[in-house]
Write a protein that binds this ligand. Structure first.
Ligand SMILES: Nc1ncnc2c1ncn2[C@@H]1O[C@H](COP(=O)(O)OP(=O)(O)OP(=O)(O)O)[C@@H](O)[C@H]1O
Ligand SMILES: [Mg+2]
Length: 469
């Protein structure tokens, strides 16, 4: 919610601009003279000031520097006489954000207000917090610290944030940390999992419904958006938001008000929006599966979380932290990790990122039982295989020709056999990586791989890969 001041001696204009801003969920007040207007901006913080260019024969633009010099430095939108380009130019030259002509059309007021507020939100980004609460986030590599800087900037502003990154990189953890470090920390953090929004109920889940809106609606029910009022609304897996709902949601992000299913009155919710996805939204826009205007709104601030394999320096700290935490959880004495164990942990590519690392540690701790030290043999087989294969692949594949320039006398397989073995090996590695990445979730595995359930079962049977391994 923003604070808007309208300085104009014409009550009609005050009412018209004020009611548009009020309907958009903002707090408005009016001043009929330049002196009262100035006094108001000097005594309370305002985000936007609508300023009539001429008030009682006086050129109001003269007070613009004084308005801008106040602590909240509001953006100024000048209301100019209809068809007076000189006045409009004068306003812009003097540092106005925009101008609108009299009588101000509702749509013009709304648009300029949205843009000015967006601009302010973006401007407020860039002031990192000094004492960031880590909220369980481990990592000090350069890539990770760069993400923490962005997190800190996001926490200090109200701008929309889009968090992208592969599965398990910590998108949800980051979203929670932004909320916990923001001024909204004491309010609700509401998660909307867009993958599990039932197609038929999506609107009532998000917007709520009135009594009798549909069969079974026996009482009024707030939707998730209203529950996030004054807090943070976290739209997880936003790429899965049905196209049909994207349009109405875009409006909610702009105006912060909406109509519950079956309701005739609009209600307001002053939420802060964070969205996350591991999908490529730009590509989805090109394919017509995601609205471009919604994407633009979502990513006022973009945080691209790096995959764990690009933050190798963090693997040791993560391992030690989660080994302790898991030993505590399993109520077993703390264990040590051998050099060889750390070596495999650092070399593995972690397609499922931190989530996969935690799951691998869980398995290793259980496999080690009473042994006080972890060794590579305690890790799931597919991890050891990948590391072993990579180290072999890095060695030269073809032996150097013997001295004297004669061709190597090794026997080459025929091309068809080579093709078959290579493709089987690729499939086997892919399958192991796939199940590791999705953490054993077969439905997700089908989605990521694009394979049908029966095809996946067949491949698992062929290679003995288990989603639980
Ligand atoms: N930097 C980190 N420090 C400590 N724990 C982390 C870190 N990043 C992720 N985790 C942990 O890894 C697990 C996965 O994180 P999270 O659920 O936030 O990932 P995600 O990116 O939302 O994954 P998905 O796309 O699959 O939903 C959680 O248990 C989280 O606590
Ligand atoms: Mg997630």
């Amino acid at each position: 919610m923003a604070n808007i001041l309208i300085i104009d001696n014409d009550s009609l204009i005050c009412d018209r601009v004020g009611s548009v801003a009020y309907q958009m969920g903002h707090q408005t007040s009016c001043a009929k003279t330049l002196i009262t207007g100035l006094r108001k901006v000097q005594s309370a913080p305002y985000d936007i000031v609508f300023l009539e260019a001429q008030i009682a024969g006086r050129n109001s633009l003269e007070i613009m520097p004084k308005i801008r010099a106040t602590l909240s430095a509001p953006e100024i939108i000048v209301i100019t006489a209809f068809g007076d380009p000189d006045e409009a130019e004068h306003a812009i030259v003097n540092g106005a954000w925009d101008y609108i002509e009299k009588p101000p059309a509702k749509e013009a007021v709304k648009l300029t207000l949205i843009r000015a507020l967006e601009y302010r939100a973006e401007k407020s980004i860039g002031k990192p917090l000094l004492n960031l609460k880590r909220n369980g986030m481990i990592g000090n590599s350069q890539r990770f610290n760069a993400s923490l800087d962005l997190l800190s900037q996001a926490a200090g502003s109200n701008a929309n944030v889009l968090i992208t990154g592969e599965t398990g990189t910590g998108k949800e953890l980051f979203a929670k940390a932004i909320h916990a470090n923001s001024s909204r920390a004491s309010q609700n953090f509401v998660i909307v999992d867009c993958t599990s929004l039932p197609e038929t109920l999506v609107e009532s889940v998000l917007f709520g419904h009135t009594r009798g809106a549909f069969t079974g609606a026996d009482r009024y029910q707030d939707g998730l958006i209203k529950q996030a009022d004054k807090g943070t609304l976290f739209l997880d897996e936003i790429g899965e938001l049905p196209l049909s709902i994207q349009k109405s949601f875009l409006r909610v992000t702009q105006e912060h008000q909406f109509r519950p299913v079956g309701g005739s009155q609009e209600i307001k919710s002053e939420f802060r929006l964070i969205a996350a996805t591991n999908r490529n939204l730009e590509a989805m826009v090109c394919q017509g599966r995601f609205r471009e205007d919604l994407l633009f709104r979502l990513r006022t601030l973009l945080i691209e979380l790096p995959p764990l394999r690009e933050c190798r320096e963090d693997i040791r700290e993560l391992t030690l932290f989660y080994m302790d935490a898991l030993c505590d959880r399993f109520e077993i004495p703390p264990k040590q990790c051998s050099l060889e164990f750390s070596d495999v942990m650092t070399k593995y590519k972690w397609p499922g990122n931190v989530r996969e690392l935690i799951q691998a540690l869980e398995k290793a701790l259980l496999a080690a039982r009473d042994e006080p030290m972890l060794f590579p043999k305690h890790l799931p087989t597919h991890i050891r295989i990948q590391v072993a294969r990579n180290s072999v692949e890095r060695a030269p594949a073809v032996p150097a020709p013997p001295e004297g320039g004669a061709k190597a006398s090794r026997t080459l397989p025929d091309l068809e056999t080579l093709r078959k073995t290579t493709s089987s090996e690729m499939e086997r590695t892919y399958l192991a990586d796939l199940f590791a990445q999705v953490g054993g979730d077969l439905k997700k595995a089908c989605r990521v791989s694009g394979l049908s359930r029966s095809r996946l079962y067949a491949l698992r049977k062929k290679y003995g890969a288990s989603p639980k391994s």
